[in-house]
Design a protein around this ligand. Sequence first.
Ligand code: NAP
Length: 488
Amino acid sequence: MTKIDVKLKTYLNYINGDWVASEIEETGKSKNPANTEEVVGLYQMSSENDLNKAVNSASDAKKAWRKLSGDERGNYLQKAASILEERLDEVALTMTKEMGKTLPEAKGETARGVAILRYYAGEGLRSEGDVIPSTDKDALMFTTRAPLGVVGVITPWNFPVAIPLWKMAPALIYGNTVVIKPASEAAITCAKVIECLHEAGIPEGVVNMVTGSGSVIGLEIANHPEVNGITFTGSNQVGKQLAQIAVTRGIKYQLEMGGKNPVIVANDADLDLAVEATISGGLKSTGQKCTATSRVIVQKDIYQKFKERLLAKVAEITVGDGVESSTWMGPSVSQSQLDTVVSYIEKGKEEGAKLLYGGDKVRSKALKGYFIEPTVFEGVTSDMTIAKEEIFGPVLALMKVNSVEEALELANDSEYGLSASIFTTNISNMLSFIDDMDAGLVRVNAESAGVELQAPFGGMKQSSSHSREQGRAAIEFYTNIKTVFVKG
Ligand code: NAP
C-alpha cells in the first residue's frame, strides 16, 4: 500500500455514477507480472465506509431500475457492448499488462465480454414465466420473476472482463443493481469495463465498483444488510467463508470455485487432436483457468506415442511477455502464485512423480517477471498432492491406465467436478463418459477449457454451490419466482 503517487494514473471507485477516491486515501499498485518494474496504475484501497456508500447507492437505485422495462435495461447493455467493442484493443492490452495472459487471449476474452453484454441485452425481451392451469376454471395462474435487489459481485483475476460481465449483465437485465469488488490483481481492467457502462449512461447507483482488499471489502459486501445476494468466483477457501455468511444472513449465494480437470485419452483417440487439446487446455493462460486440464489419463497402448508427441509440442512453447507476438505462454499472475506453482512441483518430485519436462522458473536475464516453465510429470498416482489439489499453473500430470473404465474411475477420484474431456472415436466410450463423469461440463473430443456464454456453466462437488451461471440458467440465481393467481 502506498500514498497516492501523482505520476501514475490512479483509478477511482465508482459510486452512484461518480468516480471517487477512497476515504482513506490509500492506493494499491497494479504491477505487470511480465515486468515487475512496470506499474500499470494505482487502484483504491477502500474502507468499509466506501463500501457502505456504494451499497446504499445501489439500494437507492433499485426501485427505479426494476421499474424499467427489460427492453429499456437492455438498451444500456447494448450501448455498453458497442463502447467495449470500440475500446477492445485498449482493454485487452490493459488485461495483458495487468494479469499476464497473451494479447490474443485477452482480445478473445474482451470480444467475449462484448458478446455477453449483447446476449443479456436480448434477455430483456424474452419470456420470464409460465402460464399454469389452475384448478379454478375462472382463474389465471402464472409465474413471473422478481429481482433480488442489490447483488454483491466478487470476482477473480483470471478472466477480468468475462467474469465480471457474465455476473453483472444478467444481474442488471433481470432488474438488480450491483456492487462489484474485482480482484486486486485485475482491478484496473475491471475499472475499464465499468467505464463502458458509465459511458453508456447507465443510471446513477445501478452499477458500483469498490476496489481494495478481499478480506475487508469482500467480507463487508457479504455482511452488508442491504445486500440481497452474493455471486462469487474464486478459491474454495474464500467461497466457503462467503457461503457461511450468506446462510446465516438467509440470502441467496452462488459460488464458482476450483477444479482439477481430467482429460481421458482412449486407445482409439485421434492422437494429434488429443495432444493439441491437452496443451491448449492445460497450458494456455499459464494454466490459470478454473477449467484448465490438469490430470491427463491415458490408456496404456497409446501412452508412449501420446507422451512423445506431447513432449515434442511442449518443447515448442515460447514463454514470455504476453504483448509479444512470439509469446505463446505468459507469466504467472503474481509472486505468490509463482511460489505456489513451484512448491507444487517440488511436492510432485518429493512424492515420487517423474519430472519429464520443465519444473523450474524461467531463468533468463531478458525476462523480469513471474515466468515458469511448462511442466509435465508422469507416474502420477491419485494419492499424490499434484493429482489432488488445484495448482493453477502450467503443470500436466500424466497417468497411465489399462481401460476406459479405469480412466473414468480415476477421473472421478477428485473432490472437484468442474470440467472434463475425453478423446475417443468410440461411441460407447463417449456415452459412458457423458453418463458417468461427475463434472458440470463434459466435453468429447474438445479441450476441457471451453465455455460458451449461451450455455449453463458451473461445477459439481466442491467446484460449485451447485448453481449455474451464464446462458438462460442465470435467471435462476438473479431472480426469485413469484407465482401469481388472479381471479376476476
Ligand atoms: P480468491 O483469492 O478466492 O479471490 C477471488 C476474489 O475474492 C477476489 O476479488 C479477492 O479479492 C476476493 N477475496 C479474497 N479474500 C476474501 C475474503 N476473505 N472475503 C471475500 N472476498 C475475498 O481467488 P483468485 O486467486 O482470485 O482466483 C483463483 C481461483 O478462482 C481458483 O481457485 C480458480 O479455480 C477459481 N476460478 C473459478 C472459476 C469458475 O468459474 N469455477 C473461474 C475462474 C476462477 P483480492 O483480489 O483483493 O484478494
